[in-house]
Design a binder for this molecule. Structure first.
Ligand code: FE2
Ligand code: FE2
Length: 286
């Protein structure tokens, strides 16, 4: 496979032994103590735990799907890759869940887990569809839904999340950056593997294309809801904590304060669409 080394030894050398060690050192130097600003502000602590709940929901779904995909992987490359992704997602799930618990403890709500309201019906529908497909052993369809649609549309958001949290909770911002590095690999490798698996099979390619189109419409609805909700919440808390967010940027070189939230929403949707389309093209199913 061109430029793609899916061996476990390559992954162990590059990811757990280098990337994660570097990131863990960085997290240790920041320290995991929850900043007082979050503990002292009810709106800020609510958006903090709501956002972390969403991370936990997304990472758990990615973990369950990539784990199931190892069962039906048709080649050594795809089996190894799904196994690596499973470990990556298990780590993401754990780090975000731990931060959520820390956030909850500060609110006097330790052990309450995720905020269930965050799991909206269209997201449940999408995930049910994913689980059905992977349970039927349809590998390329399952990988496309997870890595090109679900993650392919979610990963552009990680960069925004990282910037929004930077002034308030640099530890969380670093967790997001760390997960983002893995997600970028999942979507890139995913697109290449899908492209390899579908080579020469026009019929199946058309089926996967239709599946991804329908699923991305459903996820459009999901992201419209989340992007609007969170940008509005961030905008409101930023206005309540002007000093803290004075220099905060929502996009490189663009301050939150100088950008009306409708424009922030438009910009975020445009980057989701652009990056998702690039992946679909790279996977050969555009
Ligand atoms: Fe993940
Ligand atoms: Fe992922």
């Amino acid at each position: 496979m061109d430029n793609l080394d899916t061996t476990i030894s390559h992954w162990v050398g590059k990811v757990p032994n280098q990337q994660w060690i570097k990131e863990d050192d960085n997290l240790e130097s920041i320290g995991s103590t929850l900043p007082d600003t979050i503990a002292d502000s009810r709106p800020l602590s609510e958006v903090h735990s709501l956002d972390l709940s969403l991370f936990v929901v997304f990472e758990e779904a990615a973990l369950r799907v990539s784990g199931a995909l190892t069962r039906s992987a048709p080649t050594l490359d795809t089996m190894n890759f799904s196994a690596q992704q499973t470990l990556d997602e298990a780590r993401h799930h754990e780090i975000f869940l731990r931060r959520l618990e820390e956030s909850r403890s500060y609110q006097g709500k330790a052990g309450t887990g995720i905020n269930e309201a965050i799991l909206i019906p269209p997201l449940r529908n999408f995930l049910d569809r994913c689980y059905e497909i992977v349970d039927r052993g349809e590998f390329v369809e399952g990988l496309s839904l997870m890595n090109l649609v679900f993650e392919g549309m979610a990963y552009p958001l990680y960069a925004y999340e990282q910037r929004y949290w930077e002034p308030v909770d640099p530890y969380l911002s670093s967790l997001v950056r760390s997960a983002f590095a893995d997600e970028a690999r999942h979507v890139t490798y995913g697109a290449q593997l899908v492209s390899e698996l579908l080579k020469g099979d026009t019929k199946r390619k058309a089926r996967v294309n239709k599946l991804c189109k329908d699923a991305s419409q459903l996820m459009d609805e999901v992201f419209s809801y989340y992007v609007r909700k969170f940008v509005k919440l961030f905008d409101a808390v930023a206005r309540q904590h002007k000093g803290l967010f004075a220099d905060a940027e929502f996009a490189p070189g663009r301050k939150i304060f100088d950008t009306p939230y409708e424009e922030q929403i438009k910009t975020i949707h445009a980057s989701i669409e652009k990056q998702h389309n690039q992946l679909i093209t790279r996977a050969g199913i555009a």
